[in-house]
Design a protein around this ligand. Structure first.
Ligand code: NDP
Ligand code: GDR
Length: 333
């Protein structure tokens, strides 16, 4: 049998890099969509997939251009398409609503339409988000919970989710939505709060800074490990019938707890270093997210394995090592 072909948008991101590794381990032929500038600046922009570059085929395309997306799908002829590319930073979606909506909604629509025309049997995964729940009326949130997004990012993901569902129902495409809760790793972008904290702790431990400015410390999130969450994406596309799945740990922790655990693991007290900064609060906050992944557990056989403490310690250990500080203490937790 010939090798399965997968097309991954957002292959340069946290999830794209782990997913590419997973699919390569399963002997897939990998095609990735990247921005044109990435090919011209590989050292910086392809850093998360540097170790995979001789085993993946990259295509330059723009999520804002239907013609370029169409050409990539036509050339790659994928069996499975994982649509991970997005403006993924919620804070930025308040600063630039228009580009967030444009990239996240139109990009998804262009890709769905191109797949429908050029590779109609291709299985499609959409990277939906717990941000779609927003100010959820119930806790924990599951596949039936009503969406009440609180940002243009959340709104864009609801639109992508509905487009994906509609292509499944209207055109019979195998199109599945993952509703993934926050997932982190040493590859997380520095702008997200977990990595901001672990990289900040490491710099404080290295004597390079003494304070860390944070926004809303009482927000609570359900944080898992990205490497495990990309497995759930793959499992969704191996089902007989497409469906939508919540992927989460079933535990929630506050930003303050994350900071407390990370500072303590480096032998520091967070209260000596964290400085509240009201400008980092969002105009509309999602205060509490907690996922119920029992459908994924039942139908995909998936469950989260990495504990909250292990996650914090793994991220901190990587950031301490980047500062040439031994992480022996940090990994013990
Ligand atoms: P990252 O921010 O790490 O990666 C985003 C990817 O999208 C990058 O490859 C980026 O490319 C690409 N991208 C962004 N804008 C464009 C654009 N205009 N044109 C082409 N490519 C673009 O995100 P994650 O890996 O963390 O998340 C993957 C997906 O899952 C995203 O859709 C995110 O919204 C969603 N999600 C993430 C969760 C999480 O906790 N991580 C939870 C739920 C959903 P470049 O490197 O060139 O910037
Ligand atoms: P989130 O992640 O918005 O949940 O979206 P982020 O880490 O940015 O924020 C989590 C919570 O921390 C609070 N917070 C801060 N956040 C940032 N970034 N910086 C700070 O200084 C800070 N201080 C407090 C925030 O207010 C928020 O409550 C992530 C992204 O990966 C999305 O793409 C994805 O869809 C969701 O997770 C699920």
């Amino acid at each position: 049998m010939s090798r399965k072909r997968a097309l991954i948008t957002g292959i340069t991101g946290q999830d794209g890099s782990y997913l590419a590794e997973l699919l390569l381990s399963k002997d897939y032929e990998i095609h990735g969509v990247v921005r044109r500038v990435a090919i011209e600046d590989p050292e910086h922009r392809l850093s998360r997939i540097r170790h995979l570059l001789d085993r993946v085929t990259l295509h330059a395309a723009s999520l804002e251009s239907y013609a370029s997306i169409h050409s990539v799908v036509e050339a790659a002829q994928p069996d499975e398409c994982y649509h991970l590319a997005a403006q993924s930073f919620v804070t930025y979606s308040f600063d630039d609503e228009f580009s967030t909506l444009n990239t996240n909604i139109n990009g998804t629509h262009y890709l769905l339409s191109a797949v429908k025309r050029m590779a109609p049997r291709c299985r499609f995964y959409f990277a939906g988000s717990s941000e779609m729940f927003g100010a959820a009326a119930e806790t924990p949130q599951n596949e039936q919970t009503r969406f009440r997004p609180r940002s243009c990012y959340g709104i864009s993901k609801v639109a992508g989710y509905e487009l994906t569902r509609n292509y499944r129902e209207a055109y019979g495409m195998f199109a599945a939505n993952g509703i993934l809760f926050n997932h982190e790793s040493p590859r997380r972008g520095y702008e997200f709060v977990t990595r901001k904290i672990t990289s900040g702790v490491a710099k404080i431990a290295a004597g390079k800074q003494s304070k860390l400015a944070l926004g809303n410390l009482s927000a609570r999130r359900d944080w898992g490990h990205a490497r495990e969450y990309v497995e759930a994406m793959w499992l969704m596309l191996q089902r007989e019938q497409p469906d939508d799945y919540v992927v989460a740990t079933g535990e929630t922790h506050s930003v303050e707890e994350f900071a407390q655990v990370a500072f303590a693991a480096a032998g520091l007290d967070w209260r000596d270093h964290v400085v509240p900064n009201p400008t980092l609060f969002r105009p509309a906050e999602v205060h509490l997210l907690l996922g119920d992944a029992s459908r994924a557990n039942r139908e995909l056989g998936w469950s989260a394995k990495t504990s909250f403490h292990q996650l914090v310690h793994e991220m901190l250990a990587a950031d301490l090592e980047a500062q040439n500080i031994s992480s022996a203490g940090a990994t013990a937790g």
